[in-house]
Design a protein around this ligand. Structure first.
Ligand code: FEO
Length: 397
């Protein structure tokens, strides 16, 4: 992979990972990803912003050789997660003069995760600056984008903000910067949904601070660079806002058809009332698609058969993830079908207890749905419509 010029004296020296299909052994990557590292050549000092996943370290070293980099003074670690920090040990070995620059919390993590020697890590406070001669790096502590130690680095003279995970997208592309705004919007929304959504309220504060900076380029450490920062800043403003849409997400599994029949009736009843609906049969669902749908939805419906006294394990798994992602849902409804008993509704309520959403209905159906059971789906759709009207998201066409 060849280095690519971002601006005068600033180069992308990262790596594309076209084939990676799973991140953290959890998150699907339908479009691969990239690990962006950036080299900044100042008049007196040279800095490397983040590194790459250890599986791609040779790519990074090749790029540095291509640029004839004989000395690196600072390796800025915006984030300790190994897809960005994991090649620091090799860089420190290849460039023995280099110091790692990190927040105090990041230093601790780098020592624990990579066994970096303490004396090679220089900590920086929030707002601290570091001169490279004619270029100045300013460090902005921004915890919880994605871990507690994260920071952003601002190259003041060239108005470039290096944001690591924040504003990233898991997208392997030959485009250095955004060319297809539709494609990046979807990829960035998926990334937000999977990685950033749990930190929505904290990101709100960081965005206010970023808006105070003069930024011409946002350079994240996954996916393409934004030469039009407003594109991603405005998108994040929408995603993190408290506003929800007239949309219902349904997650369901059906073993013998009863739950499926109720979900089908509910989908029809919602559509017939002008309420948007996205049903996800979890046997065929990409969990990332589900996460994206949850960014704006007002209501979640969970429909599960009862298996061994509780929810179907796929439902329990998804409910656990939804609870951890903390989407801005306002309402939840629960539906279960059972043959002889169980604790499905209780377990679902416990699993979703971290969400600040009102449970508007809990429905238990014994056996195959009867007409009276299906009519309850009509009533549930009506209840959801009323709730969406109450909060002003349902608009008459
Ligand atoms: Fe891309 Fe949280 O690491």
């Amino acid at each position: 992979m060849v280095p690519r010029r971002v601006a005068e004296g600033v180069y992308w020296v990262g790596a594309l990972d076209w084939d990676r299909r799973l991140f953290d052994e959890l998150i699907p990557l339908p479009d691969g990803t990239s690990y962006n590292a950036y080299l900044i050549q100042g008049a007196r000092r040279v800095a490397l912003i983040d590194t790459v996943d250890p599986s791609k370290v040779e790519r990074l070293l090749d790029s540095l050789r291509d640029l004839n980099i004989e000395r690196i003074d600072y390796v800025v670690a915006n984030h300790a997660e190994q897809d960005h920090s994991g090649s620091i040990p090799e860089i420190l070995e290849a460039y023995p003069e280099a110091s790692v620059v990190a927040t105090p919390r990041c230093r601790e993590l780098l020592m624990d995760l990579l066994h970096l020697p303490e004396e090679r890590i220089k900590t920086v406070e929030d707002g601290e600056q570091l001169s490279l001669g004619d270029k100045t790096l300013e460090f902005i502590h921004a915890p919880w984008v994605h871990w507690p130690e994260t920071m952003l680095t601002y190259l003041r003279e060239q108005r470039i903000l290096f944001t690591c995970d924040l504003f990233g997208s898991h997208l392997a592309t030959s485009d250095l910067s955004v060319r297809d705004e539709g494609e990046i919007y979807e990829a960035a929304k998926r990334y937000y949904a999977e990685i950033m959504m749990p930190f929505r309220t904290i990101i709100h504060r960081h965005l206010e601070r970023i808006r105070e900076l003069e930024v011409d380029i946002i350079a994240p450490s996954h996916g393409p660079i934004y030469e039009n920062p407003a594109l991603i800043l405005d998108a994040y403003e929408r995603w993190i806002s408290d506003e929800v849409e007239n949309e219902v997400v349904i997650i369901y599994v059906s073993m013998h058809g009863s739950t499926g029949e109720m979900v089908a009736r509910l989908v029809d009843a919602l559509m017939g009332r002008g309420v948007g609906v996205k049903p996800f049969n979890l046997t065929v669902t990409d969990i990332g698609e589900l996460a994206i749908a949850l960014v704006d939805a007002a209501t979640l419906v969970v429909a599960s058969p009862t298996v061994l006294g509780g929810p179907h394990p796929s439902i329990l798994y998804a409910a656990h993830i939804i609870n951890a992602l903390r989407p801005k849902l306002r309402y939840i409804a629960l539906i279960t079908s059972y043959a002889w008993g169980g604790r499905t509704l209780k377990m679902l309520k416990e699993t979703l207890s971290g969400l600040q959403a009102e449970i508007i209905d809990s429905i238990e159906i014994k056996g195959k749905a009867r007409e009276r059971d299906l009519e309850r789906m009509d009533r549930l759709a009506e209840e959801i419509l009323n709730k969406h009207q109450e909060i002003g998201v349902f608009k008459e066409e």
